[in-house]
Ligand binder design. Sequence first.
Ligand SMILES: Nc1ncnc2c1ncn2[C@@H]1O[C@H](COP(=O)(O)OP(=O)(O)OP(=O)(O)O)[C@@H](O)[C@H]1O
Ligand SMILES: [Mg+2]
Length: 237
Amino acid sequence: MTKLYGAGEAQVAALRGVSVELAQGEFTAIMGPSGSGKSTLMHCLAGLDAVTAGDVFVGDLQVNGMSDKELTRMRRSQIGFIFQQFNLLPTLTAEENILLPLSIAGRKPSKDWFDRVIDTVGLAGRLAHRPTELSGGQQQRVACARALVSQPEVIFADEPTGNLDSTSGTEVLKFLQYSVRTLGQTIVMVTHDPNAASYSDRVVFLADGQIVDELREPTADTVLDMMRKIDVQARVA
Ligand SMILES: Nc1ncnc2c1ncn2[C@@H]1O[C@H](COP(=O)(O)OP(=O)(O)OP(=O)(O)O)[C@@H](O)[C@H]1O
Ligand SMILES: [Mg+2]
């Protein structure tokens, strides 16, 4: 994938020949310095932004070249999103927020699956509450449940713990890890935090629009070492 923004003197190459396969049923973290292209990569993979060159597939679906209508349909049925700012609707209850994407798509979850997701996120007693009546961690768990309930092919999370204290952040990360291990969900998470990345199965490191390294079964320490190494390489280059 290549992604160029702007033209002429002001042109920025946000992705410069990125080739990556993100396995089904795996929890992948994407790391790299600010401006290295993490959000751009996520947006191109999720069909929120178009690549300038290259091909993007979600399962068997070719994302590049889709019409706006096809992209909307694909995002609704195949993809779940979790953002740093929760993005819950304040006038809806937790349950209504969780079911909103499905109801927009005119679908209903199976009762069993809904109950399992609610049970997994630990929100059973909170379904009638509005976002303002929930803690940050609970709000983000509502957002996780909303992403999971449609059983998407892949969930993309951009800094999902960026606005949370470490206790709530850990709850959300454990939940994401659990949903991969027991529900077989596929998750791709952008993060700056070595501790957050340590909950993933694989960390892909970006620098200046290119993949420069990766780690499997990361720990916070091995991630931190890799971040230092990439930082040193960037200064030498
Ligand atoms: N819409 C845009 N128009 C022009 N340039 C853009 C646009 N979006 C991103 N860029 C540029 O592309 C590069 C990669 O940006 P991106 O947002 O993907 O970085 P990031 O790794 O997510 O950074 P951060 O950690 O700060 O969120 C940066 O140089 C950025 O300025
Ligand atoms: Mg970003």
